[in-house]
Design a binder for this molecule. Structure first.
Ligand SMILES: NC(=O)c1ccc[n+]([C@@H]2O[C@H](COP(=O)([O-])OP(=O)(O)OC[C@H]3O[C@@H](n4cnc5c(N)ncnc54)[C@H](OP(=O)(O)O)[C@@H]3O)[C@@H](O)[C@H]2O)c1
Length: 234
């Protein structure tokens, strides 16, 4: 498939490498322009492009940037891009640690619903609930004992099917968590967030999530990450 990736940091860079390795035609973009990505592109067998070109790369666009950067994307980023193109959002909202306060999210809009509104396109939330290290290291062939599972939630169903296939190719058991309205079940701090569970356990964790605790889940997660960073001296 032809895949554009906007954001080539810990998650976007790992996905670019993995997908290029699998033989996909990968185009990568960041905020600073393609010339800053030449070396990475050459190393992993991808093409360095502008953000606009990445959105027009072909079949799938993966958005992997901090939540606060989403409104900085060109307003017409997807103008003229066919509606069959699947948009995958890996993002999480971390107000204290990184993103600052985004009023719509504080008021209860789901993280990726807000992204979809900003882009003016439906999105599939995927790869948001695994840390980059696990994404890099824990992929395994189908049928491997304890294979880590990843869930996705998004619209439309055909887009979910594409995302599920990519998850499986990258080495993770794909779990369909339903429409974008269900994506809160894998937001930061929920039982399904970044725990490297197998498929049965991940399905249980998604079912256990409590919508009344979303703010609390996120706050606890931020506190946990802040402690890890402090202990690491970062
Ligand atoms: N790190 C993890 O383990 C992890 C796990 C799951 C989900 N996530 C989520 O995935 C998203 C990406 O996280 P990350 O850790 O990969 O971030 P990161 O390492 O900080 O990388 C961010 C990337 O986004 C690019 N970017 C920022 N603003 C941009 C803009 N306006 N236009 C185009 N590109 C832009 C940056 O490019 P420049 O360097 O050129 O600015 C960089 O390539 C976040 O929402 C994060 O919460 C992260």
């Amino acid at each position: 498939m032809k895949i554009g990736i906007i954001g080539t940091g810990a998650i976007g860079g790992t996905l670019a490498r993995g997908l290029a390795n699998l033989g996909h035609q990968v185009s990568i973009a960041n905020s600073r322009g393609p010339e800053t990505l030449k070396d990475l592109a050459a190393e992993i067998g991808a093409k360095a492009v502008s953000v606009r070109e990445a959105a027009r790369a072909g079949d799938v666009v993966i958005l992997s940037i901090p939540q606060k950067a989403v409104p900085q994307l060109p307003r017409d980023l997807f103008a003229g891009v066919p509606s069959s193109v699947v948009v995958i959002d890996t993002g999480n909202y971390y107000p204290q640690l990184r993103d600052g306060r985004i009023e719509a999210l504080e008021a209860g809009t789901l993280d990726s619903k807000w992204v979809a509104e900003q882009l003016g396109r439906p999105v599939v939330k995927a790869f948001n609930n695994i840390v980059a290290k696990s994404l890099r290291e824990k992929g395994a062939p189908p049928g491997s004992p304890g294979r880590v599972a990843l869930s996705i939630a998004g619209d439309p169903p055909e887009a979910r099917a594409v995302a599920l296939r990519l998850l499986d190719e990258l080495g993770f058991d794909p779990v369909d968590a339903g429409r974008l309205d269900e994506s809160w079940r894998q937001q930061p701090g929920t039982p399904a967030y970044c725990r490297d569970l197998d498929a049965a356990s991940l399905k249980r964790a998604l079912a256990e999530a409590d919508p009344s605790r979303l703010t609390e889940y996120r706050r606890e997660r931020e506190e946990h990450v802040a402690k890890l960073l402090a202990n690491a001296g970062g």
